[in-house]
Ligand binder design. Structure first.
Ligand SMILES: [Zn+2]
Length: 252
């Protein structure tokens, strides 16, 4: 089957998630209705794009990929606020501010928006609970990944060995230059120095954080793609005024 151009990657291509009871899609920037510089599948309202185009884009994705599910989303603020969507009220799918969602209800699809930050899916494959996380540099420094893992582990019958993790495209060490001052706030093993430039390796930080939580590489899939290098994706670093792509997940 030919891949839909709106999809950059999905569970269908993943051997780690094969035969599992969860679906996910990582969207591309193609196949939507937004005009330049948001062309064309921008899924975020806060970017300055025409809100009607964003609504249409979301509807399009909803109808094609998860027509029976209600799409839920957050106002992301680079916080470490984690929302358990169990019994949370929502308006038009919007829940509240926050940067991670925990879901165990088949009625919903959950969405995290990014353009260089890390979109992360965590799935407890036996208890069938998942979380989506928006983790940029600030979220990583606030340990939103570890805090989300700990929140899932508070639920009955959850075990770290049942966890599967997917990290989608994000800005990588090839492109993520930060100031010297900022670079000094990180352990130096995560900084690549080249003459006067300092580049941050967020993936190495996330890999170490997963290991610290006893989640091993064989439970983890990390896409190799850099959002800033990849023209099929929105990149804030590359284009500044631009759209957002999304990691969306739902239980079968
Ligand atoms: Zn790059």
């Amino acid at each position: 089957m030919e891949k839909n151009k709106s999809i950059f990657y999905s569970d269908k291509e993943s051997s780690l998630f094969a035969e599992k009871n969860i679906c996910f899609i990582l969207t591309s920037r193609y196949g939507g209705l937004s005009q330049s510089p948001y062309d064309s599948l921008n899924l975020a309202y806060h970017t300055g794009d025409d809100p009607n185009a964003v609504s249409q884009n979301r509807k399009l994705i909803n109808q094609i990929f998860f027509p029976t599910k209600k799409l839920l989303w957050l106002d992301q603020t680079h916080s470490d606020d984690i929302l358990d969507i169990q019994n949370k009220p929502y308006i038009n799918g919007f829940i509240s501010q926050g940067d991670a969602l925990i879901c165990e209800d088949k009625k919903f699809a959950a969405m995290i928006l990014v353009a260089d930050c890390n979109p992360i899916l965590i799935y407890e494959s036996k208890a069938q609970i998942f979380a989506l996380i928006h983790a940029g540099r600030v979220g990583i420094q606030k340990s939103i990944l570890t805090k989300t893992i700990q929140n899932i582990l508070k639920k009955p019958q959850t075990k770290i060995e049942n966890f599967l993790v997917f990290i989608g495209a994000s800005i990588r060490k090839c492109c993520y230059e930060i100031s010297k001052d900022l670079s000094e706030s990180f352990p130096q093993k995560y900084i690549l120095k080249n003459n006067s430039s300092h580049k941050l390796d967020m993936i190495a930080m996330l890999q170490d954080e997963l290991l610290k939580n006893n989640i091993h590489p064989n439970q983890t899939q990390i896409l190799p793609n850099c959002s800033c290098c990849q023209k099929e994706l929105f990149s804030y670093r590359r284009d500044n005024i631009t759209g957002r792509f999304a990691l969306i997940a739902w239980l079968k």
